[in-house]
Structure formats: C-alpha cells, structure tokens
Design a protein around this ligand. Structure first.
Ligand code: F6R
Length: 483
C-alpha cells in the first residue's frame, strides 16, 4: 500500500484528481466507482473546475456509485443521487447512460442488488475512489461484512448513523438501510484510492493500514489488494507508526513537508564549500536530521573566501569551526575532506580515493549534490567527483544555489517550511560569520525560499492557475533521480 500525506485537504484533493485524470488520459473509457460524503467534496469541485476549463473529458467514461440509502423520497436532497448530481454529474459530461447510482426506491432490493452487481461486474472497475467511516467501513460495508460480499442491502450501524446525522435534521432521520457494493466488488477494482481527512479518521486509517486483516475492520481487506493508495491529510495520518509516508505529486512536483520526508535513511550532503549546505538546504537538513543519519561532507576548505589577517591554516580552522557550530544547529555530522582540487582546479586520484573510502564506510541511501547546471568551478567539480564515487541505485537529490537557480522544468521536488524552520536555517547560515559579514547569504537564502514559494505555487501546484495552492511560506527546490 502507498500512503500519500498532504499538508491540507486541498492538496490531497488535487492529488486524488490527479489519479482520476491520469486514468482518463491512459484510458478514456475508464470505469470509476465513486463515493459520496464529506471527504470527496473538494475533489469533485476540482473536477468541475477542470471540466469547465476544458482540461478533462468524461464523455467515454462510466461511473458506478458505491452506495445509496434505501427509502429516502425521490429527489430528497440527502439521497446520494441528489448529492452526485449536485456535486459532479450535473456539471460534467458523463453520458447519461454511463452513470449508475443504486436506486434507493426499488420495490425489490434483493433483486435490484443482483442486477446492479451484474452491471458493475460486467463493466469492470478501473479505479475505485473510497472514503472511510470512523468504524473502518468502506461503502456501507459495516464491521462484520464478509470480505467476499457483493452488492447487497446493508444495515447501517450506530457509528455510521451518528456520523451521517450531520447531513439530516437529526439522527432519527438517517435511513437505517442502504444498497451498497460489497467488499468483493471493491477488491475487484484494478486500482483503489482511499481518501481520509481529519483526526476523527486517524484510528480507522491506522487499523486499516497497520492492523490485522479482519472483518471487524472492513477497510483492512485493502491490505490484500496489489494497487491501493491512501490519500491522507496530516491529521488522518497521525496514528500510523511504521508505514513510510510519501509526498503528494502535483503538476510533476513532489511536495515534501516535515511529516512526509524519508525516515531511517543514511544521507550524505556534499557541500562544495563549508556554508553551502546551510545556505541551500538548511531547512530540509534540519528536518531530515530528526529521523535520519545526516552527514555533511564538506568537500573543500573554502579558505580563500576568508578575508583578513589569518594565515591559511587559521582560515581553514575558522571555517571548520563555523561549520561545526552550524552542524550542531542542523543536527548533522560534519566531515571535512579538504580535497586538493580546490587548489589545483583538477580532480586527482587522491581526492577520488578519499571519497570512495568514505562512501564505502557510510553506504548512503540518499546523496545531495549541486545541481547539474551549476557553473561555479568548485560546485561543478564537487558534483562530478561525488557522482563518480556514489554507489548505484541510491537516490540523488540535486540542490540549487544562489549562484545557479534551477531553470524551468529542471526540478521535480519542493520542501515547504514555516517561520520556525526558517529561523533555524538562518541561524545555521549565520554561524558562518566569516562569510555573512562579507555578503548577506542569510538574506539571499531567505529571499530565494520566499520567491520560490510565490512563483512555484502559482506555476505548478494549482491545477487551474486560478489561485495558488496553500503551502507553508517557504520552499527549497530539489531534483530527485535514481542513480
Ligand atoms: C459514501 C461511502 C462511505 C463514506 C464514509 C466516509 O458513499 O461509501 O463509506 O465514504 O462514510 O464519509 P465522509 O466522507 O462523509 O466522512
């Protein structure tokens, strides 16, 4: 199972819409299984906007709804038929004959269920979109429902009646029975995306993903499906203990926040000069160091950038002391290589040997290097030697520097962070006093992170470009590749 965690429900809903539109791009005749409820509302709103903007086409697609109350009057505003019409079908171009919603007024529910089931199975679901109840239900498959159940009449349990009472004047008005697709129907979908938002869903989500597979928690059956993605907001993910949490992917950019970063990895940061790590990546390094082992490999002594009366040894010692103070703030382990290319301008065997030995000792999972088009000679050689010595198969995160910002389309990840982390980053940069006294790299780093937030959110995260998506106030950018 994949678990994608976003900072807010808007980003999570964009992510879900991404799955739906990818399915349609790949197969215009896609068959969807869709939910109602509070959770999918933003996703349906984005789909409406996307359709209005001419960016999605449902004309060949088919949709089945997961469930419908039994016994509400035709046209009742809380029937799932009304819900779907109001929130989606009334605004987009599904063909009428391709939309299936169970009939809540059928005179013969059992026979009707068999017919609905046959139509659903005949169509074959490509993508099932689900919500989850606080009791772990999916569709109206309440705890105790058989894993191989097909479309049937379900009795709503107390927790569901209570949860859904918010849509009615009182709990007494919530219908007691519903037609629902069975767990077997859901499991027959090729791909399943389950959305859950809010802390009230956290316990059900944790049981579904990390608990035993049991009919007492209907959503736990999803652990047996080969292609399931949970799309969560931060609150709904809070009780997960061991599952890796992944960032959402919006417009080709992975949006990392402090709660969906890699954990338990060995990370090396190749910092060409002693202060590059703090200036370029102080925010993400601080957060990564909380749950990973982060080594800051300082490639060169950087002594030439110290102005004043100290001799070379004094200048090197000063820069290393500054780096140690910075690393204390960031929580990383500094390692000084003092590579010779800094003096000669050329890589030599001795430099390579030092680096290879270090890599063999550390065996990193992730390495940070200066980005490809960074033309600063020390950065360029640092990248070259680092890549030449890295083990195959690891993740390489290229970073931008104030001297070489990423061009359009040259990065695929962003790390969002707030004022507190920015203060830590600035504190780390300012430990390199010999440098910030000369040039305000702290202000440059602040300005770049702010500029990236303003322009990237607008350019890449908003599906429609109507309004920038909400993120934290600062971004650091990265380009991640498997090496
Ligand atoms: C609705 C459905 C239900 C809901 C679940 C969560 O069609 O199948 O399983 O997905 O009850 O409801 P909300 O989203 O209102 O919290």
């Amino acid at each position: 199972m994949k678990v994608i965690v976003s900072g807010n429900t808007e980003i999570a809903s964009q992510q879900t819409v991404g799955f739906l539109s990818d399915a349609l791009k790949e197969k215009p005749h896609s068959v969807f299984l869709l939910p109602t409820g509070g959770t999918p509302l933003e996703a349906y709103a984005i789909l409406r906007d996307k359709y209005a903007a001419g960016k999605i086409d449902f004309s060949h697609a088919t949709s089945f709804n997961l469930d419908e109350y039994l016994g509400l009057k035709k046209g009742h505003p809380e029937s799932y038929r009304s819900f779907m019409h109001k929130n989606l079908f009334g605004h987009v171009n599904f063909k009428k004959g391709n939309v299936y919603i169970p009939d809540g007024n059928t005179a013969d529910p059992d026979r009707y269920c068999a017919e609905y089931d046959a139509a659903l199975r005949g169509a074959g679901v490509d993508l099932a979109l689900l919500g989850i109840g606080t009791n772990g239900h999916i569709g109206f498959n309440e705890p105790g429902t058989k894993f191989d159940s097909i479309t049937h009449v379900a009795k709503l349990n107390g927790a569901t009646i209570k949860a859904n009472a918010r849509f009615f004047r009182s709990a007494a008005e919530v219908p007691r029975r519903a037609v629902t697709c069975g767990l077997g129907n859901i499991m027959a979908a090729k791909k399943i995306v389950l959305m859950a938002f809010g802390k009230q869903k956290a316990a059900a989500v944790a049981k579904a993903i990390e608990g035993p597979v049991t009919e007492a928690v209907p959503a736990s059956v999803l652990q047996r499906h080969p292609d399931v993605t949970f799309v969560l907001d931060r609150e709904a993910s809070m009780l997960l203990k061991s599952t890796p949490l992944l960032p959402p992917l919006l417009g080709g950019i992975r949006l990392y926040s402090d709660f969906n970063l890699p954990r338990g990895k060995k990370i090396v940061y190749f910092s060409p000069h002693p202060d590059d790590a703090a200036i370029c990546s102080g925010a993400i390094l601080k957060k990564l160091a909380e749950t990973n082992e982060v080594r800051e490999v300082v490639m060169t002594s950087g002594h030439r950038a110290v102005v004043g009366s100290l001799d070379q040894d004094g200048r090197i010692a000063l820069r290393e002391r500054e780096t140690e103070a910075e690393a204390k703030i960031l929580g990383s382990l500094p390692y000084f290589l003092r590579l010779r290319f800094y003096e000669s301008g050329e890589l030599d065997e001795n430099d390579m040997k030092k680096l290879r030995e270090l890599m063999q000792r550390v065996r990193p999972d992730i390495a940070f290097v200066p980005q490809r088009s960074d033309a600063h000679p020390t950065h360029k050689l640092s990248r070259k030697i680092a890549l030449a010595c890295l083990p195959q198969g690891i993740e390489v995160w290229s970073f931008e520097t104030p001297w070489a910002l990423f061009g359009h389309g040259k990065f695929n990840a962003a790390f969002e962070f707030g004022e507190k982390t920015m203060r830590t980053k600035l504190g780390a940069i300012r430990k390199h006093r010999s440098q910030t006294r000369r040039t305000s790299f702290d202000l440059a780093a602040h300005a770049i992170a702010h500029f990236r937030r303003i322009t990237i959110a607008e350019q890449f995260f908003s599906e429609l470009g109507k309004k920038p998506i909400k993120t934290d106030p600062y971004l650091e950018l990265y380009d991640i590749k498997r090496w």
